[in-house]
Ligand binder design. Structure first.
Ligand code: HEM
Length: 217
């Protein structure tokens, strides 16, 4: 038992947990994006409503949602612990710190892009999850999404948040596999390329929704 606690409190233990939860959250993004593509069907939101009802009433999905909430919480909690640890270990920055030569911009801004994605998530959950599942709304989920994206400020905020999500995923994807030991002459460039594809396609897919509804509704 002691070794588990030691592992969870070690630096590498925290990094491994952040990596696993990060990969798990990436898989959620893929599922969420695929479901949201139903918004584009020209059926006045019928298919999206069936999907949305299923997601909010199915018992197994309810169980998976607890796992998802835990995934987010554990990912954020351990990232905060690692960031604080790094700050404590080096309270004064190096006198000569050519950060741009030592690391990429995306890696240096992971904490901030993560924080902004979290702010997006809070606003996002308030708009749909909270308003529908907790408060209750007269609108269908489809109507809510379409109505909210008519507002250029709200839609613009989504597009901006997706750029940050892209930056966060771009470094996170590659770094997660590196932490998990995948550092190989042949496979690392492939992982890097897949990370680049993922960090462009997924946020662009999400961003296409507010843009589409702003233009066509
Ligand atoms: C244009 C983009 C997006 C749209 C239209 C959208 C739409 C929705 C809707 C309608 C719900 C409520 C589902 C329900 O309660 O039945 C929801 C839930 C959720 N969304 Fe999004 N979403 C978008 C992007 C994102 C992104 C980028 C993230 C993560 C960074 C995200 C994370 C979540 C989470 C965690 C939930 C709650 C989980 C759940 O209800 O199953 N969404 N989204």
């Amino acid at each position: 038992m002691r070794w588990i606690i030691d592992f969870l409190n070690s630096s590498i233990g925290k990094k491994i947990i952040v990596s696993f939860t990060g990969i798990f959250l990436c898989s959620f993004l893929l599922v969420h994006l695929s479901g949201n593509f139903l918004l584009f069907r020209s059926d006045q939101g019928e298919a999206f409503e069936v999907y949305s009802k299923f997601m909010s009433t199915n018992g197994i999905i309810g169980f998976l949602e607890i796992g998802l909430a835990l995934g987010f919480a554990i990912h954020i909690f351990n990232t905060l612990r690692l960031t604080l640890e790094n700050k404590r270990a080096r309270p004064v920055p190096y006198a000569v710190n050519k950060a741009s030569e030592n690391s990429s911009l995306t890696s240096r801004t992971m904490f901030y892009s993560g924080l902004l994605v979290l702010s997006f998530l809070i606003i996002h959950l308030k708009s749909y999850f909270w308003e529908h599942r907790i408060v209750g709304s007269d609108l269908t989920m489809y109507q809510s999404v379409v109505e909210s994206f008519k507002d250029p400020v709200y839609g613009g905020f989504y597009v901006f948040a997706m750029v940050l999500l892209g930056l966060h995923l771009n470094h996170g994807f590659e770094s997660a596999f590196q932490t998990l030991g995948l550092n190989h002459k042949k496979y690392t460039p492939i992982i890097k390329f897949l990370g680049l594809l993922f960090s462009i396609i997924v946020p662009a897919g999400f961003a296409s929704m507010p843009i589409y509804f702003f233009i066509y509704q």
